[in-house]
Design a protein around this ligand. Structure first.
Ligand code: COA
Length: 334
């Protein structure tokens, strides 16, 4: 049994936070942000929208496009660093409730911006083992809920959104997800961290006053490791599977920063038109960034049935991973 990537869907919140808006909030400028990151605007969910609301809408679209009946979904996993609730219930459980899916395993994973690649690895393993047939995977983020909008080193980078996919069992090897590599190194944990509200710094007045509930980042150090790791990942997965970069139809790296994506693309010699680049309009949406970018390409007709996609991600932990995936869904029609 193989695992096939059957469908993609996404949800993009309506509210737009532009660089000009941020100029009024912190000491920054549109020019600085565009030059250092390529980001022009990002989406921000409504106050009454939870991460599971974003994930639910992306999931619904992915299920509809999969041509699989919703009752056949037998596992739901959500990757998020901005869950509905800190400990429980899981965001995946909340999404299952909104979808009306009962009696299936639903849980979250924590792998920051590499979340979607980790989900691919999990779904592939569950399907190939025969344990599950139709796994719904979701990367959903309301990162605005863990951002300090007085901290210019982080608030300019991140945005909200969600993406989802259905991974299904198939006997056709031509449809199969080819490979997923994923790893982590906790020694880098403190470079990209939300220090508060867990067991180390529990929710207490002093910790909240110190703003430990918000994301902190050593941007420059993260940048260097990100470029190196993302490049190494791609070389490794292509070599392992004896696939030449020229055979890849679409390279979809995590959308953290234009300079990171561009450095990796150039080092690997992928043509610009074969590289996803959505960071200008969405910013970094963490676990949602790869499926949101993939969905845009799908709706533009740039990802079609049989196309070979190469995913590449890096994030807090540090975590990293890459995936070689054939798109096994139907072509987009509006
Ligand atoms: N606006 C204006 N100036 C800013 C600023 C902002 N939003 N943020 C930082 N600065 C200032 C700094 O204070 C520093 O000033 P100084 O030289 O007077 O000390 C200067 O700009 C340079 O800061 P630095 O952090 O060295 O800039 P950089 O070129 O590394 O760019 C990032 C900063 C965050 C854009 C960049 O490091 C980055 O993208 N890192 C990766 C982040 C990331 O992708 N994280 C998620 C990974 S999944």
């Amino acid at each position: 049994m193989y695992a096939a990537f059957r469908s993609i869907g996404s949800y993009i919140p309506q509210n737009i936070l532009t660089n000009q808006d941020l100029e009024k909030m912190v000491d920054t400028s549109d020019e600085w942000i565009v030059k250092r990151t390529g980001i022009k605007e990002r989406r921000i969910a409504n106050a009454d929208e939870a991460t599971s609301d974003l994930g639910y809408k992306a999931a619904l679209q992915a299920i509809e496009r999969s041509e699989i009946d919703i009752t056949e979904i037998d596992m739901i996993v959500c990757a998020t660093l901005s869950p509905d609730y800190l400990t429980m219930p899981s965001t995946a459980a909340m999404i299952s409730k909104k979808l009306g899916i009962k009696n299936v395993m639903a849980f979250d994973i924590s792998a920051a911006c590499t979340g979607f690649v980790y989900l691919m690895s999990l779904a592939k393993a569950f399907v190939e083992s025969g344990a599950k047939k139709n796994v719904l995977i979701i990367g959903a983020e309301k990162i605005s809920s863990i951002i300090d909008y007085t901290d210019r080193s982080t608030c300019i980078l991140f945005g909200d959104g969600a993406g989802a996919a259905v991974i299904s069992a198939t006997e056709d090897k031509n449809e199969a997800i080819i490979d997923v590599l994923a790893s982590a190194d906790g020694n880098f944990g403190e470079l990209l961290i939300t220090p508060g509200c867990g067991s180390v710094n529990p929710i207490r007045e002093d910790n909240v006053n110190d703003k430990l509930q918000y994301m902190k980042m050593a941007g420059n150090e993260v940048f260097k490791v990100a470029v190196k790791t993302l490049t190494k990942d791609v070389i490794e997965i292509l070599k392992k599977n004896k696939i030449d970069a020229s055979e890849v139809d679409m390279f979809i790296p995590h959308q953290a920063n234009f300079r990171i994506v561009e450095a990796v693309r150039a080092k690997l010699n992928f043509p610009v038109e074969k590289c996803a680049m959505t960071v200008a309009k969405y910013g970094n949406t963490s676990s949602a960034s790869i499926p949101m970018a993939m969905n845009d390409l799908y709706e533009e007709g740039k990802i079609k049935n049989g196309d070979l996609m190469l995913l590449d991600a890096f994030g807090g932990g540090f975590t990293w991973g890459s995936a070689l995936v054939r798109f096994a869904g139907k072509n987009f029609s509006s």
